[in-house]
Ligand binder design. Sequence first.
Ligand code: SF4
Length: 76
Amino acid sequence: MRVVVDLNRCQGYAQCAFLAPDVFEIHGEEALLYKPRPDEAWRDDVVRAVTACPVQAILLDRSDEAVTAGEASDAR
Ligand code: SF4
């Protein structure tokens, strides 16, 4: 699982840090730190954070699954 936060969009509302504290952390006034490759065990928390972010700044990359599906369709 890969997480990307658009820091230009992020307003430091800290919803993500509240819902997924193992992945997102607010430092200082508005500085957001996050783990770009969090453990799968935190997926539910990350999904909640993605949903809760008021400015939709968090992107959850599911390319792992997409790649698998693509490979399946290529293997004709
Ligand atoms: S919830 Fe969204 S706006 Fe708030 S700190 Fe997290 S990424 Fe930034």
